[in-house]
Ligand binder design. Sequence first.
Ligand code: SAM
Length: 300
Amino acid sequence: MSNLHTDDKPTDTVTLPSGLYIVATPIGNLGDLSPRAAAVLAGAALIACEDTRVTAKLLAHIGAKVPMLPYHDHSAQSVRPRIIEKALVAPVALVSDAGTPLISDPGYKLVQAAREAGVNIVTVPGPCAAIAALTLAGLPTDRFLFAGFLPPKGGPRAAVIAELASVPATLVFYESGPRLGAALAALHQGLGDRPAAVGRELTKRFEECVAGSLSELAARYADAPPRGEIVITIGPPAPAEAVSAETLDAALVQAMGSASLKSAVALVAARLGLPRGDVYARALALREGAAESLGGGAGD
Ligand code: SAM
């Protein structure tokens, strides 16, 4: 039985209307190129792509020859108007090296400019590593937050993780093999020991998904950087259990002994699953209390 609907957008290569077609391509398995994506690519008058060598291989796979133009969101100012001019009169496809354009890949500025110029914009959805990883991880998918790549350096990375710590959703990160161990260690430190999964080489021959707690995964990959492309998924924080005032104070006193007030608050809020504002207020009170007792209670 067909699941096509009468309102399907036509993809007849002969009658492809003018416009900008956002075309998802495989993330490792050529079999995942949809017939519609192939028809749009073969029927395009121009393909804007990241790397013409990568896209040339895809075109060879479907037996198509189409002019290509390298495009990045930071391409020279002149490139975007050229693509838009063409898309006003002919079908132009946008692809990235792999997966869905605009998802940690170039394209949003082009779509924005195309929309402003009145270009017909059409999406041709398909593979996306973040979504593929979520389907394997066995973590809640009713709410997820895609956070792209973490910063490579420790300080900015910890700051981003602290920002995300109280988000009540599964978190999704892109990562590379060499940085996986450090990223997992930082995620464990900033988020506590949540359930997680490492999806690797998805849709490829050696696809795997290793599930475990963040501490287990951090230990597993600490000295064994895996090859290939990686997606980390992490379950949401456990619903906050009632945290006693004593537990909060003890955690704050310990954290404030070795970190700035701001870092200590972020760490404790993430660990205990408490709102950062509440933890901040308590940290200030503790600090003021400590200062007063050092001052000998002169104001009493
Ligand atoms: N636009 C792409 C998408 O839709 O998934 C993502 C592009 S981003 C520049 C590349 C990152 O995606 C890789 O570093 C890796 O984290 C992830 N990725 C891409 N292909 C993957 C695969 N086959 N398995 C696991 N992760 C993959």
